[in-house]
Design a protein around this ligand. Structure first.
Ligand code: URA
Ligand code: SF4
Length: 213
């Protein structure tokens, strides 16, 4: 399949992008998903959060980070002193990738590098219409989409760098970029590790907040 480019209109209008994205067949993920989930938030928000792909709840509701991972994220943002209106949130892949589990359960599967590449024209189009001062990469898939396949969240975490505006131009200047854990990693962790991972996410978001003030 050719990737999303043929479906992406020449506009930065979020509503027009969202509508056009509903018809995307740039990779096979559209077939088993309910709908395309594009970004949400104020295009002039100072902080952009980049996740992996919609989860089960997001696939049904059509908005990013409205399920369990979203609840962890909202809680961590609150502890870091970041308000919802300060954040634009989106994902590197716009359709939910899953495999059948028991009964009606749909089990999350990470997107491949091919899915990330196929979908990147949507991310590029969204980024062209926003002007964040900072971008936080949530987890490995977002990190790989931006920094390449060698990206390891454990090594990259907590370092502020320049956003690669050559490959992913935004409106305005050069944002900083910071990688942190994915909130789903907090949910997946053993009871013994969960609090430590959550604290790590809050610490990174607190550092991001400090950069914005
Ligand atoms: N996980 C993500 O990466 N993005 C979402 O929108 C929901 C869960
Ligand atoms: Fe298109 Fe992205 Fe969905 Fe693939 S995942 S069909 S490229 S919107």
């Amino acid at each position: 399949r050719p990737g999303a480019a043929a479906w992406v209109p020449d506009t930065t209008d979020p509503d027009a992008l969202r509508e056009a994205a509903q018809g995307c067949q740039g990779c096979e993920l559209y077939r088993d998903a309910t709908q395309t989930v594009m970004g949400q938030g104020d295009p002039s928000a100072p902080l952009l959060l980049l996740g992996e792909q919609p989860g089960d709840t997001e696939d049904r509701e059509g908005k990013p980070f409205v399920g369990p991972a979203g609840r962890v994220l909202v809680s961590a943002l609150g502890e870091a002193g970041i308000e919802a209106r300060e954040v634009y949130r989106t994902n590197v892949v716009k359709h939910f990738r899953w495999k059948a589990g028991r009964g009606k359960q749909r089990i999350h599967q990470s997107p491949t590098q091919a899915h990330i590449r196929a979908c990147s024209p949507w991310l590029v189009a969204e980024l062209a219409g926003v002007e964040p001062r900072g971008i936080v990469l949530l987890g490995g898939s977002a990190g790989k989409a931006v920094h390449g396949t060698g990206f390891r969240v454990g090594e990259a975490r907590g370092r502020f760098e320049d956003w690669p505006v050559d490959r992913f131009p935004t409106r305005g200047g050069t944002p900083w970029v910071l990688a942190t854990l994915h909130p789903s990693a907090v949910l997946r962790a053993d009871d013994a590790d969960r609090d430590e991972l959550y604290r790590g996410l809050v610490a990174d978001l607190t550092a991001a907040a400090a950069r914005l003030r």
